[in-house]
Design a protein around this ligand. Structure first.
Ligand SMILES: [Mn+2]
Length: 391
């Protein structure tokens, strides 16, 4: 049996409110779909966060439907779980997502695993799955795993689809469960989503795999993804083979961190940016984070503007964040860790409030504005309201 494992396509996300970035994510998804259709797998597993919002725009929904349509028309079964981004509160109470609509469109060819339908069998493959659970619902998540693992049986290739952060695989990343919580369950392959850079772990028979997102969703994944790429996995359950299929048309993305203390430093920074821009075939996304002395700021801003004019048409954006070294004050949305320290101090052990404050602050610092910021804040707020109810 040949199975594609993909995750975190985040359709509809418009990074920094830049429309082209929304299209970049659709393009990455389309490239993945093209490759999948050519490979003719039996099953495509999506480990959650198909969408960036549980209320996708109509044009986002259309892109998703078009892609899934091509996959199911090529003969594959599409199996998914809901990620945190696919889920939101229903006005009737409980949770809602666009997945029932996809099921209505594709019938038996689109299966999402959850309470109503915890598993599916396909030949000698059993696929179980559970939608995203926040950390406050860890106990329920483990209970659900116990229930659903009874359906896994003893033969064939058994897959568990989860959209969770799992320690100790992920460091400096919010996790909901530990490997020790799940390793006793009888699965051969844990098809994971949520974490955005590719990660694989194997302990004897069990394999834990995050394929990562199909594009750079957040700035923190950029550095690593430059090395390891973005893409998805193709598994062959007969040969027990697993290949990473790298996407080739991803927008290049560079983050340049600098401390500038002289005019020469400005020149060398601009030279580096110019060299990077001119070396890329696809107009890159560039983010400069620089700290400097107050008296050099005008000079840097001017050099930046000149470079924008000079290279016009060769880049998507060259964003400059300048921090003053003397006052450590924020200039043009630049970062300062002091505010995070302040928030941590202010909320202390009130974890949910603290995370809410820090996440919103970080989004603002990373340049989210307008609609993008509004939908982000709304989503965090909704999640906070949900979790605050439970705990
Ligand atoms: Mn995600």
């Amino acid at each position: 049996m040949r199975i594609v494992h993909i995750a975190d396509t985040h359709l509809g996300k418009r990074q920094y409110g830049i429309l082209e970035r929304e299209h970049d994510l659709y393009n990455a998804f389309d490239e993945a779909v093209e490759k999948i259709v050519r490979m003719k797998p039996d099953i495509v597993i999506h480990s959650g966060d198909i969408f960036d919002s549980y209320k996708p725009a109509p044009w986002t929904l259309l892109r998703a439907v078009n892609g899934i349509m091509r996959i199911v028309e090529s003969g594959a079964l599409f199996v998914a779980v809901q990620g945190n981004h696919d889920l939101g509160p229903s006005p009737e109470g409980g949770k809602d997502s666009p997945f029932p609509l996809l099921e209505r469109i594709f019938g038996e060819k689109f299966v999402y695993l959850g309470k109503k339908r915890p598993s599916i069998e396909f030949g000698d493959v059993v696929i179980c799955g559970i939608p995203y659970h926040p950390a406050s619902m860890r106990k329920q998540l483990i209970t659900s795993m116990e229930e659903v693992s009874k359906r896994a049986g003893n033969n064939g290739f058994r897959i568990m689809v989860l959209h969770q952060g799992i320690s100790p695989f992920l460091v400096e990343y919010k996790t909901e469960i530990h490997k020790a919580d799940i390793e006793r369950f009888p699965f051969d392959y844990f098809a994971l989503g949520h974490y955005h850079n590719r990660k694989e772990h194997s302990d004897g028979r069990r394999i834990y795999v995050y394929p990562g997102s199909t594009e750079n969703i957040e700035e923190r994944e950029v550095e690593e993804s430059k090395e390891i790429g973005k893409g998805f996995f193709l598994l062959d359950t007969d040969g027990e083979k697993r290949d990473f299929v790298r996407l080739e048309r991803i927008r290049p993305y560079h983050i340049i961190k600098r401390r500038i203390s002289s005019i020469m430093g400005i020149d060398s920074l601009m030279d580096d940016v110019r060299r990077i821009v001119l070396s890329e075939r696809i107009p890159p996304m560039i983010r400069i984070r620089a700290s400097t002395r107050e008296d050099l700021m005008d000079e840097i801003n001017k050099a930046h503007k000149d470079l924008l004019d000079e290279l016009e048409g060769r880049y998507l954006r060259i964003l400059l964040d300048l921090t003053s070294e003397e006052t450590d004050k924020i200039v043009e949305g630049a970062s300062s860790l002091d505010i995070e320290v302040l928030l941590r101090d202010m909320f202390k052990e009130r974890e949910l409030e603290r995370e809410l404050g820090i996440e919103i602050y970080r989004a603002f610092r990373e340049g989210k504005r307008g609609d993008d910021l509004r939908s982000f804040v709304m989503r965090k707020l909704e999640r906070w309201l949900n979790e605050a109810n439970i705990s």
